[in-house]
Structure formats: structure tokens, C-alpha cells
Design a protein around this ligand. Sequence first.
Ligand SMILES: Cc1cc2nc3c(=O)[nH]c(=O)nc-3n(C[C@H](O)[C@H](O)[C@H](O)COP(=O)(O)OP(=O)(O)OC[C@H]3O[C@@H](n4cnc5c(N)ncnc54)[C@H](O)[C@@H]3O)c2cc1C
Length: 405
Amino acid sequence: MRIVISGAGIGGLTAALALIRKGFEVTICERTEAFAPIGAGIQIGPNASRVLLALGLEQALASVVCEATGKEVRLWNTGETWPLFDLGADCRERFSAPYWTVHRGDLHQVLVDAVEALSPGALQLGHAAKDVSQSSAGAILHTSSGNVVGDVVIAADGVHSSLRSALFQSPKARFTGLMAWRGLAPMEALPDALRHPVGANWVGPGAHIITYPVRDGTRLNFVGVVENDNWTSESWSESGTHEECAADFMGWHPHVQQIIHALETPFRWALVEREPLQTWSQGRVAMLGDACHATLPFLAQGAGMAIEDGWILADCLAESPLHPETALQRYASLRQPRTAAVIAGSSANTGRFHNPDLAHPERARAYIQAQWEPDKVRQRYDWLFDYDALSATQGPKTAQPQTNG
Ligand SMILES: Cc1cc2nc3c(=O)[nH]c(=O)nc-3n(C[C@H](O)[C@H](O)[C@H](O)COP(=O)(O)OP(=O)(O)OC[C@H]3O[C@@H](n4cnc5c(N)ncnc54)[C@H](O)[C@@H]3O)c2cc1C
């Protein structure tokens, strides 16, 4: 059976690897002519790392991922710190898989290398998908460089998916009024107090910041989200200045200012909310990753959901290779409740991270202690990390949130 995948991002490459390992013939058509290490850090919770481990990538990832020892919440102006959860040994023990932080470009390169090693020539660059057509016997991906014929076509072409527009009505997109600054700061440029392997969620009125180590601990990844109606470009590569970024966090703790001034390049990116697509498959064509369930980044699960999709899609096709249409419907029915819950949980975190109470010294402490109380944190995160994509096709175990976010 030949599977054609449009889009060699995190989800498309994971699906390709899982499919090739199950004996499918795979062609991946990617729009880009040459990959560049654009982007910054992403987080890979144990729900996604267990898939990457099952794909045999542990050794290749070892030199690029960071395994932070913990995550903490910090108050924007005083820097007061509360533990959020343990990430190192405790995470491995509770969820049988690590919590990794990694530069997207590094993870992407590991996936590209693994696909090329297993199936040389499977990855075709400079093939921008335009449309898809199908019959009862097969499906054809129409690209800028010609047609590619397969038994099944998978649309993994990201948040601005061309195939989604060709097949379905695009979901409603709503600009959230939030903008994210992103960038990397060399660890050696930071004060000692910031050079430890932990992630931090700084929370404040109308803004929050996430930091964590990447690139084998040599860089600190910074994402600073602010309420800002003036920046609406949803791009990974538009930069701003250090002064503009620092101005958005005026009055925040000196550690925040030190990180901002150490950033190599501050990039900015408008945050857009989309409803998940209601229908993910049409005959022999199915959607995967951001193309069908883009999420706000406030549960750090965008890449994780695409990775889970890739594994489960391969499992479903391997179960019913003679009935690909049924396999694709089953894949969608397994994945839709999970990804919808992640989207809802991420949206719910916006209000939690930016609560106005955080502006008032007395109310801020009480608010943080109530919201990040250990039982509540477990309710908000354990269902995410506990989900086992590796066994999702085998039984009814579908970890669901106990609260909406
Ligand atoms: C360059 C880049 C940088 C990113 N940086 C970050 C970051 O710093 N932090 C973060 O949280 N998330 C980042 N993301 C998004 C993150 O990778 C995704 O949210 C997540 O991994 C879901 O993966 P996906 O496979 O669905 O989409 P993506 O990983 O976005 O992959 C989609 C792929 O499809 C390709 N594509 C698009 N249109 C077409 C077409 N018409 N035909 C063929 N191929 C097409 C794209 O070039 C890309 O390779 C970035 C995405 C990209 C493309």
C-alpha cells in the first residue's frame, strides 16, 4: 500500500516513520525547497515522548533534548517561586516516559534523518500541495511539481493547510488579541540563578512568560505572551526589537529583563484560535496535526498531538489495510475527542495565566496558591501525560480531563 503525505513537519514525519516501520511504502511531499532551523523551543510531554521512543529515536534525540528537573510558577514582579511539577525522575516514574524540551529545528532534523535512513528518497522537497482527487481505487496528490499517486493521501500541511481549504470549509479563525515573543538566550549570558535545568511559567496581569532549556542546555527558550491587538501576523519568522519586547514586560522582575536583553533575535507571532475541524477524513484522504486541530500553545501540546496522530494513523491503517476508508474514519474517531479536549484546555489556561488578581500583591499569592495547588495541577495535566497512543487502537482507555483545563 502506498501512502502519500503532504507536509514534512513534525506530524507528517512521525506518521511517515510509523508507517514505513509497518511496511507501507511512503512518499512525503513537502512545499519547502530546503529546511531551515526556523522556530524556537517546543515541549514534548511523556504522552508524545513515548511515541518517539517507540520509533527508536532515543539515541538520536539524546544530544538535542533537555530533561528539565522541574517546572515552577513565578510571580511577575517579585519573582516569588512555587513548584508546579517534577519533570525528571518523577515524570519517568509516574508516566514511564520523559518530559523533554527541544528546539523544533533539532527535533525536525532527527525525524528527517530517520525517514531518510529507513526509506531513502521518500522525502520529496519542492512539492507544494495544490489539491487532491480520488477514486474507489486510489488517491492523487496534485502538487506544484506534478501528481503523486497513492492508495491514501494524508494532509499534514500545518496550520495554513492548502488541502484543508481544498476539501473542507476552513474552520473559523479568531485572533485572540494575544501576541507571543519568542527567542533563545545563550545560557552563558544569563545570571547564575537562571542557569538551572528547570522550566518556569511567569504569570502576571495581562501577560505570561514560559522559559525552559533547549539545545542540550546551552540555550534558554523564551516565550512571552502579551495582550496586544496591534500585531496580527501569524508567522514563525517575523522579528521585532529587544526594546519593543522589553517594553511589553516593563515592571517585570529583573530576571525577565535579563533574559529579554540576552535573546539572540526576538521573534513575534500573533496567536489565533481555530475551531477543530468536524470532519477529518473524506474517503481515502485524511487530515493530521495542525491542519485539523491547531491549538493555542497554553498546554504545550501542539507538537505532541501531531506525534500522537501519526502513530495512531499508522496503527489504524495497519489494522485494516484492505479498507483504508474505514481505517481513516477509525483514526479520526479515536483522535477527535482527545484533541478537542486539548484545544479547550489550552484556551482555558489563557484566563488562568493572565488573571487580573495577579496585579495585586495580596491577591496574587492567594490566587497562585489556589490555582496551582498540587491536586488541581494533577487534574489539569495527568490526563494529558497518561494517554498512551501506543495502545489507543487496542481498547477503550482514553484518558480524559477531569476538568476543562
Ligand atoms: C517553520 C516552522 C517553525 C515552527 N516553530 C515553532 C516554534 O518555535 N514553537 C512552536 O510551538 N511551534 C512551532 N511550529 C509549529 C509546530 O511545529 C506545530 O504546531 C506542531 O508541530 C504540529 O505539527 P504539524 O506537523 O501539524 O505542522 P508543522 O510542523 O507546522 O508542519 C507542516 C509542514 O507542512 C508544510 N507545508 C505547508 N503547506 C504545504 C503545502 N501546500 N504543500 C506541502 N507542504 C506544505 C510546511 O512547510 C511544514 O513542513 C513551527 C512550524 C513551522 C512550519
